[in-house]
Design a binder for this molecule. Structure first.
Ligand code: GAR
Length: 198
């Protein structure tokens, strides 16, 4: 991958990983920029941040189209029109259409708030993940960045950062500790990809 690289971030909610990534790219004076923030939701927190930063936003959801194929075509057209080379799912709670995965295969990253392959798959998002980790009696959790394929959380693992699970953790306290790790891990992996080290 070259240095002049256009990134699309997909975010369903708050968008703190999106912010961490954007800030890290700026701080590193990276030529890679986030060209576009896409959400399935009409007004996620991520869009507020995008607007403050002058980053384009777009809502696209399968619900807005009669056919899945129309949704897929619209998404591909949108990404292509921004010259997107790298896609980052940062708190995105939907699967990408197959056509997008095929066209950008190997260039789509997801951040997951647990140590995959454990605690992944459909329904494993947000606090559900941390509840499951605590219920399983794990003493360690963390963040995973992986490549995206057609399924939930099954693509090749690229990097992980571990954090302890403490005896008095609630899903919320564990989520906060994992989130700090996410904010370090995601920018690091993206910048390594941009620099051609991944
Ligand atoms: C993050 O913890 C992210 O790992 C998780 O949602 C949160 C989004 O926070 N993603 C998933 O659970 C995907 N399966 P953010 O909107 O503040 O970045």
């Amino acid at each position: 991958m070259n240095q002049q690289l256009s990134i699309a971030v997909f975010a369903s909610g708050r968008g703190s990983n999106f912010q961490a990534l954007h800030q890290a790219l700026i701080a590193a004076n990276s030529a890679a920029t986030i060209a576009l923030c896409i959400s399935n939701n009409p007004n996620p927190g991520a869009f507020d941040f995008a607007r403050q930063q002058g980053i384009a936003t777009a809502r696209l959801s399968p619900k807005m189209f009669a056919e899945e194929k129309e949704y897929e075509a619209a998404l591909i057209e949108l990404l292509a029109s921004h010259g997107v080379e790298l896609i980052v799912l940062a708190g995105y709670m939907r699967r990408l259409p197959h056509g997008v995965v095929q066209r950008w295969r190997g260039k789509i990253l997801n951040i997951h708030p647990a140590l995959l392959p454990d605690f992944g798959g459909q329904g494993m998002y947000g606090l559900n993940v941390h509840q499951a980790v605590i219920a399983a009696g794990r003493t360690e959790s963390g963040a995973t960045v992986h490549l995206v394929d057609e399924e939930y959380d099954t693509g090749a693992i690229i990097a992980q950062e571990r954090v302890p699970v403490l005896p008095d953790d609630t899903p919320e306290t564990l989520a906060a500790r994992v989130l700090e790790a996410e904010h370090r891990l995601l920018p690091r992996v993206v910048m390594e990809m941009v620099a051609g080290k991944r």
